[in-house]
Write a protein of this length. Structure first.
Length: 229
């Protein structure tokens, strides 16, 4: 019988990678399309794109570091409360664990027996899973790893529209950037769905729709400012 495969264990890093790459593609492409529509000269367009790419990657890194650190602080505070509770009132914590098992369909006597065995094996781990929804006390998200991964994904995603702007003829720069961005979004949506074992077309559709909308809006704004100038 073939082994059943699951992809939920990839959800954390896959979410961060897709978020970073999508943000890089959309924000860089939108910025480049906007300033190109405004009639900015080639050198300034590239400089603007490079500045946006650098600032965006650093912003993503800082945002991931701060958010993951805040999450880690909350998790550690909750775990510390559980540690104290297990020391101060172990009987109540045992009954609480048993009640949680009962609520999921385990018979009362068996729930108490299982709760006792779980407590003997790893009391804090059992309560972390049952009460806090934390599966595994080791291997929690690392703020520095999250920051680095997010910045790298943003830079790789945002680098594609910037490369298109650098290589495309001046007259077709905005169109070239938009085409490359849409193709990159298709690859990102399909690739992310494949790695997560999810349907590809809904993922592709949503990233392309939102990315195209962002580029269209910034192109309109850039063109409006270019006309006014």
């Amino acid at each position: 019988m073939p082994k059943e495969g699951h992809y939920i264990n990839r959800s954390n890093w896959l979410r961060a990678a897709v978020l970073g790459a999508n943000d890089g593609i959309v924000s860089s492409a939108s910025l480049l399309v906007g300033v190109s529509s405004a009639g900015m000269v080639h050198g300034n367009v590239i400089l603007t794109g490079l500045a946006g790419l650098t600032a965006g990657a650093l912003s993503m890194a800082a945002g991931e570091y701060v958010s993951v650190s805040a999450q880690a602080d909350v998790e550690e505070a909750d775990l510390e409360r559980e540690r104290v509770a297990l020391i101060e009132d172990p009987d109540y914590e045992l009954s609480e664990l048993a009640e949680g098992l009962e609520s999921r369909g385990v018979e009362s006597d068996l729930a108490l027996e299982v709760a006792a065995q779980l407590t003997d094996h790893d009391a804090l781990g059992a309560h972390a899973r049952e009460e806090l929804g934390m599966f595994g006390l080791a291997g929690q998200a690392n703020p520095l790893q999250a920051a680095a991964a997010s910045a790298l994904a943003f830079a790789l995603g945002g680098g594609l529209p910037l490369l298109a702007a650098l290589l495309a003829p001046v007259g077709s720069r905005g169109i070239a950037v938009a085409i490359v961005a849409v193709l990159a979004l298709v690859a990102l949506g399909g690739g992310g769905a494949h790695l997560g074992g999810a349907p590809k077309w809904p993922a592709i559709r949503r990233v392309v729709v939102w990315g195209t909308l962002a580029m269209a809006v910034t192109a309109f704004v850039g063109n409006a400012f270019g006309v006014l100038a």
